[in-house]
Design a protein around this ligand. Sequence first.
Ligand SMILES: NC(=O)c1ccc[n+]([C@@H]2O[C@H](COP(=O)([O-])OP(=O)(O)OC[C@H]3O[C@@H](n4cnc5c(N)ncnc54)[C@H](OP(=O)(O)O)[C@@H]3O)[C@@H](O)[C@H]2O)c1
Length: 263
Amino acid sequence: MKNIVLFGGGNIAQAVVEGLINADFKPDNIFYIDRNTRNQKALKKLKIKNLKKNASIKIDLFILAVKPKDAIEAYKQILNEYKDPKIVSFVAGIKSKKYIKLNQDIQFLRAMPNTSARFNLGITAIYNSSFSKNNLAKVSKLFKKIGIVMNLDNESKIDIFTGMIGSGPAYFFYLLKSYEKKLMSLCNQDKKKVNAAMVNLIKGVGFSIENNDNLDELIDAVASKKGTTEAGLKSFKSEKLDKIFEKGISAAIKRSKEISNEF
Ligand SMILES: NC(=O)c1ccc[n+]([C@@H]2O[C@H](COP(=O)([O-])OP(=O)(O)OC[C@H]3O[C@@H](n4cnc5c(N)ncnc54)[C@H](OP(=O)(O)O)[C@@H]3O)[C@@H](O)[C@H]2O)c1
């Protein structure tokens, strides 16, 4: 995959581009199509180029990274303007068959990344609809540059990944807001200090899991009988925090399925 084009250069596209460039993918080989001036500026800063209409560049891969409401229109634009494009869709909800019915011969697959791709710590789920084996291997190799890749055997699993992994970072940012609020008053509104504390908290959690894959053991290592952690956990349990969290994830998965019927 030499030349790639991001059709839609917003949040997720920028995260993926940054991750690819960190992994030594040359900015010269990354192009974008985007109508939003704020995003155009951000993309220019990343030193990638706008793909001009009728440019004589051989494009190896298009990545569709627009909101679901814009997806079919953008997809049709690619089909109309480029010969035999290979297309990866990041778009939540909309199923492969909606795209493939517009062109039966197209090589198409769905991928669901997340914004941690920016730091090469992404998780990308891939469901292959019609890529050849050889091209699928090339796409997997590309996404391995920005984190780990999970190949799915059933398209409905993409909805689950969308709710859990695509949306995943936001759930943790949301939980951290309670920490931030308390830490800010504790640290006399020193935002730098508070951020550093939150970063270490989350990084430490990540490294702990790398060291020990048993979450109960990790909890036990922090909680002692009749101690503070135990009191906190007891309160979480009595408020059924686990069920509340699961319910939130289920709502996101449900929404992903609904989007499919809306567009
Ligand atoms: N954000 C995430 O963390 C994440 C993770 C996984 C998957 N996704 C999926 O990725 C897709 C993009 O999400 P996002 O958050 O990156 O969206 P976004 O920030 O809104 O970026 C989309 C960009 O595409 C532009 N665009 C739309 N239609 C266009 C067209 N026909 N021609 C030129 N530019 C066009 C938009 O311009 P305007 O602003 O003018 O509309 C916008 O700049 C969504 O379908 C989402 O489900 C997102």
